[in-house]
Design a protein around this ligand. Structure first.
Ligand code: CP3
Length: 350
């Protein structure tokens, strides 16, 4: 691997400049991706290792980011365990057999990655032959997956999910347990196939009060990170709107915590007690701002970030489909140049 900056930053080691990658760095904002999507659905792309590897590589080649993330979706491993989903344009996942009872949870099968998702593992192996930067494997987290499985689709207030959680705690626990095992199995398979790091997307867990997070979700997250610890790869735990959960996020066993733009970096560092590295946290909407505004906000993040080791530059959530790719290109180059200058200045002072 030519460039391991991302892995070193995750481990809190010294770096010459900040590594950067973007959540949803492959997708509809790219003309090449839109062209491929004329002939293939997202699931079809994922079923074709050569094509999936090509889509994964697009942003690495075009933006010069410091890591690749496997092209897939958090819903992909749910098909084999019995969830009947489809991905609906501009909406997200829709599920035709939502989970509403203990019986529904009992019916969920366990995942056998080599048998159920051989194409995903083959894509990882193919990518490893081609990449000069680290490859991130990923999974959705139990709460976020459960929210789709219970609601039947995207949700504003997660009412059905929370009602099941409060009303039928044993059903909820079994669901968390089964999804937790699925996540561990899936992440382990990706790492064994060659992924250099993993990210767990708990995008919607910020909808919970801290007291509920601790009681209903934190145990399964601790089980997940304990269940992959022996693999010794950096692990990132990400969610949106998680400012009030960050002290708990620092204790689940992930080596990196992903933060959104609502929390300043020094506050996130205080709340996580310096125990983990951080990843984030530019508001994805800033990619639509005038360059001067975007640049000044990226500079402010870098100025704070370089003061301590252990920072990976990213957005606070995924790239939006209408972004101009040249803005991401320019931003990436700026982050590289400016952070390198800042870090070398700091070394001279010390
Ligand atoms: O980051 C990457 O480049 C890897 C690819 C990736 C996708 N989905 C591809 C995708 C990743 C990491 C995901 C994770 C994912 N999927 C999350 C967690 C991250 C987050 O954004 O919070 C969630 C919540 C989902 C569920 C999901 N799948 C949504 C909300 C959507 C968008 C619906 C839409 O049409 O806008 C999807 C579909 C999806 N997954 C697309 C892509 C590129 C949309 C484009 C397409 O259909 O081709």
């Amino acid at each position: 691997m030519k460039n391991d900056l991302f892995l070193r930053a995750c481990r809190g080691e010294a770096i010459e400049r900040l590594p950067v990658w973007y959540m949803r760095q492959a997708g509809r904002y790219q003309a090449e991706y839109r062209e491929i999507r004329k002939n293939y659905t997202l699931e079809e792309i994922c079923l074709d290792p050569a094509l999936c590897a090509k889509v994964t590589l697009l942003p690495v080649e075009q933006l010069h980011v410091d890591s690749a993330i496997l092209f897939s979706d958090i819903m992909i491993p749910l098909g084999p365990i019995g969830v009947d989903y489809s991905l609906v344009k501009d909406k997200g996942p829709e599920i035709s057999n939502p989970i509403r009872s203990l019986h529904d949870v009992e019916q969920l099968k366990s995942l056998q990655p080599e048998k159920d998702l051989p194409h995903v593992l083959e894509t990882v192996r193919l990518l490893k032959q081609q990449l000069e930067v680290p490859l991130i494997g990923f999974s959705g987290a139990p709460f976020t997956l459960a929210s789709y499985m219970i609601e039947g689709g995207p949700s504003r207030n997660y009412l059905l999910t929370k009602t099941l959680m409060y009303e039928a705690p044993a059903t909820w626990e079994l669901l968390m347990d089964k999804l937790g095992d699925m996540v561990i199995t899936y992440l382990r398979a990706q790492v064994e196939a060659g992924a250099d790091a993993i990210q767990v997307f708990d995008s919607w867990v910020g909808s919970l009060a801290p007291v509920d997070y601790r009681r209903y979700v934190m145990p399964v997250m601790q089980k997940i990170f304990a269940g992959i610890k022996d693999l010794n790869v950096p692990s990132i735990y990400f969610g949106v709107n998680t400012g009030e959960l960050l002290s708990d996020f620092a204790q689940v066993g992930a080596s990196v915590v992903g933060i959104d733009w609502r929390v300043p970096i020094h506050v996130a560092r205080e709340r996580t007690g310096g125990k983990v590295s951080l990843q984030g946290n530019l508001d994805p909407a800033l990619l639509f701002a005038p360059w001067e505004v975007l640049e000044s906000r990226a500079r402010a993040i870098i100025d704070e970030a370089v003061q301590k080791p252990g920072f990976v530059f990213n957005l606070g959530h995924g790239v939006l489909p209408s972004v101009d790719p040249s803005v991401l290109q320019k931003l990436t180059a700026f982050i590289h140049e400016y952070s390198e200058t800042k870090i070398s200045q700091l070394h001279k002072v010390r």
